[in-house]
Design a protein around this ligand. Structure first.
Ligand code: NAD
Length: 509
C-alpha cells in the first residue's frame, strides 16, 4: 500500500531545485530516515536543508513576494480554491500517508485532509473579505480609514501530531493575504509535507506561477531556529511544545519580529453532578485516547463532582476495557501507536512519576509487546487518580494518560481547571445553566477554547484556534485570525484647502 502512495506523490528522494513554484530542499544536508510507528518499517530518507540552501530559498521567496503582493486578493483566492480541489482528489492517499507516517487512525488521517479542504474553502471566501474599518476624522474635509497589507515571508514551524493540517491553517490564510510561505515541518513527518508540495506543485504549474511562493525546508530544529532569527521572515508561526515556543519567541523578540505561537495544552473536562454521563463518557474517552493522547487538545484531566465520581469512573473503566489497540489503518482499532520510542519513554517515566507522587491507577498502563506491536510504540491508555498539584499533572505528557480528581463546589472545579501553566482547551459537562454560564464567564475558564457539553478535542476551523498562558496566546484558522498575517495601515486623506492639525494644535509659520 505505502509504495503505491509514495509513487502517487513521486516520493523517492528530494527533487533538487525544482522550478515549479516549489522548492524541495535544494541543499545537501544530512538525511533523515523516516520510520513508521505503525510497523517499525523504514519508509524513505529525506534530505535536510543546509544554511546556504536555506538562504537561497529565502531570497527566492523575497522575489516571489514582490509579485504575489500585487495579485488581487480574490485572484489569490482562486489559486487556493484550486488547491482545495486538488486536495479533494488526493484526500484518500494523503490521509493514508499521514496515518502511516504519524500513526493516527485512518479516519483521523482523512479528517486532517478534510480540515485542509475546509480551510481552503474558508480562505477563498476570506479573499473577498479582508475588511478594514473607516473612521470619522475629527478634522473637516478629512477621511480616515484602515487597510490591511501582506507582511512578506511567513515562516511556518509545525509539530508531528498534525503533519499537514496545521501547515494549511497557516499557509492558505497567509496566501490569500498576499504572503509567501516557508514551511519547516516536523522532522518526524517529512513525507506528508513532501506529498502536500507535490499537490501544490500541480496547481502552481497549471497557473504558471513563479517559484518561491511556497517553500519547504526539511530538517530538525536548525532551520526553525534560522527562521526565528531571520529578519527577512516577517512572521514566524510556530506550533509545538512550550520548550520550542520559548526558544522561538526569544529569538523573534530579540529582532522585534512577529510571532504566532500554538503550544501545548493540559485540557480538562469538568464533570458536574448535573452532567449527562453517557454523553460525557463519549467525549472524555475520545478526548483522552484519540490520536493515542497526542493532540494538543487531548483531554488530560477529568475534574469530577464527588457525588458522581465512583459511578463515572466505573463507566470509564468499562469503556477502557472495550478499547482496541493496534494498527491505526485497520478500522476496528481505536488507539494506534505513539510517534516513536522516545515518546514511549516519556510515557513510562510519567507512569513512574505518578506513582512516586502518590497517584493510584484506576486503569493500568504499560507498553504492549508481541507481533502486532513490533514497532515498540504501542501503549495502553490508562487512568490515574491524582491531585491537581502533582508536578506530573501540571506537565503535558503527550500520551494517553488520563488524570481523574474530585471536587465539591463548582468554583473549586473551575479553580482546579485553571490552576495549570497551560490554557488551551477546556469543557464542562452539565445540564445546569448557571454552572455552564459561570464556566464561560470572565470568572470561568481561562482557556482559549471553552466548551459546554462537548469534549476538549476536535475543534472546527471556523473559530479562532489557540490558547493562553504557556499555550502561547496565538490564534489561527477562522474568525479574524487572518489579521495576524497582515499589517494594518491607517490612512488619513485631506481633501480640503487647509491643513488643520489634530487635537486642535495651532502652528503658524
Ligand atoms: P516540538 O516542540 O518538539 O517540535 C515542533 C516543531 O518545532 C518541529 O518542527 C521541531 O523541529 C521544531 N523545533 C524544535 N525546537 C526548535 C527550536 N529551538 N527552534 C525552532 N524550531 C524548533 O513538538 P512536537 O513533539 O513535534 O509536537 C508536540 C507538541 O506540539 C505538544 O506540546 C502539543 O501540544 C503541541 N501542539 C500544539 C498545537 C496547538 O495548536 N496549540 C497543535 C499541535 C501540537
Amino acid at each position: 500500500m505505502i509504495n503505491d502512495i509514495l509513487k502517487t506523490f513521486s516520493i523517492r528522494e528530494q527533487n533538487p531545485g525544482a522550478s515549479d513554484g516549489i522548492d524541495f530542499m535544494p541543499g545537501s544536508g544530512d538525511r533523515i530516515t523516516v520510520w513508521s510507528p505503525v510497523d517499525g518499517q523504514t519508509i524513505a530518507t529525506v534530505q535536510t536543508v543546509t544554511r546556504t540552501a536555506y538562504d537561497a530559498v529565502i531570497s527566492r521567496a523575497e522575489s516571489a513576494f514582490l509579485y504575489w503582493r500585487t495579485v488581487p486578493a480574490p485572484r489569490r483566492g482562486e489559486i487556493v480554491r484550486q488547491i482545495g480541489e486538488a486536495l479533494r482528489i488526493y484526500k484518500d492517499d494523503l490521509g493514508k500517508l499521514v496515518s502511516y507516517e504519524m500513526g493516527k487512525s485512518l479516519q483521523e488521517g482523512r479528517g486532517e485532509v478534510q480540515e485542509m479542504i475546509d480551510i481552503c474553502d474558508f480562505a477563498v471566501g476570506l479573499s473577498r473579505q479582508l475588511y478594514g474599518l473607516s473612521m470619522h476624522s475629527e478634522r473637516p474635509c478629512h477621511r480616515m480609514y484602515e487597510q490591511w497589507h501582506p507582511l512578506g515571508i511567513v515562516g511556518i514551524i509545525s509539530a508531528f501530531n498534525f503533519p499537514v493540517a496545521v501547515w494549511s491553517w497557516n499557509a492558505m490564510i497567509a496566501l490569500v493575504c498576499g504572503n509567501v510561505c516557508v514551511w519547516k515541518p516536523s522532522e518526524k513527518t517529512p513525507l506528508s509535507a513532501q506529498a502536500c508540495f507535490r499537490i501544490l506543485s500541480e496547481v502552481f504549474k497549471r497557473n504558471d506561477l513563479p517559484g518561491g511562493l511556497c517553500n519547504l525546508v526539511q530538517g530538525g530544529k536548525d532551520p526553525g531556529a534560522w527562521m526565528a532569527g531571520d529578519p527577512r521572515v516577517a512572521l514566524v508561526s510556530a506550533t509545538g511544545s512550550a520548550r520550542m515556543g520559548k526558544a522561538v519567541n526569544t529569538a523573534v523578540a530579540a529582532r522585534l519580529g512577529k510571532c504566532l505561537l500554538e503550544l501545548g495544552g493540559n485540557n480538562a473536562i469538568i464533570v458536574s453532578k448535573d452532567a449527562d454521563l453517557d454523553m460525557t463518557l463519549m467525549g472524555a474517552v475520545f478526548g483522552a485516547v484519540g490520536t493515542a493522547g497526542q493532540r494538543c487538545t487531548t483531554t488530560r484531566r477529568l475534574i469530577i463532582h464527588e457525588s458522581v465520581f465512583d459511578r463515572f469512573t466505573e463507566k470509564l473503566k468499562g469503556a477502557y476495557a472495550q478499547l482496541k489497540i493496534g494498527n491505526p489503518l485497520e478500522a476496528q482499532n481505536h488507539v494506534g501507536p505513539l510517534i516513536d520510542k522516545d515518546a514511549v519513554a516519556h510515557y513510562t517515566n510519567a507512569l513512574d512519576t505518578i506513582k512516586k507522587e502518590g497517584g493510584t491507577f484506576i486503569v493500568d498502563g504499560g507498553v504492549l509487546e508481541g507481533a502486532a506491536y513490533a514497532s515498540g510504540c504501542y501503549v495502553k491508555p490508562c487512568i490515574a487518580k491524582v491531585e491537581n498539584r502533582f508536578s506530573i499533572v501540571q506537565t503535558e505528557t503527550f500520551a494517553p494518560i488520563l488524570y481523574v480528581m474530585q471536587y465539591r463546589e463548582i468554583e473549586e472545579a473551575i479553580a482546579m481547571q485553571n490552576d495549570v501553566p497551560q490554557g488551551l482547551s477546556s469543557a464542562i459537562m452539565t445540564l445546569n445553566l448557571r454552572e455552564a454560564e459561570l464556566f464561560l464567564s470572565a470568572a470561568g475558564s481561562d482557556c482559549g477554547i471553552a466548551n459546554v457539553n462537548i469534549g476538549t478535542s476536535g475543534a472546527e476551523i471556523g473559530g479562532a484556534f489557540g490558547g493562553e498562558k504557556e499555550t502561547g496566546g496565538g490564534r489561527e484558522s477562522g474568525s479574524d485570525a487572518w489579521k495576524a498575517y497582515m499589517r494594518r495601515q491607517t490612512n488619513t486623506i485631506n481633501y480640503g484647502r487647509d491643513l488643520p492639525l489634530a487635537q486642535g494644535i495651532e502652528f503658524n509659520i
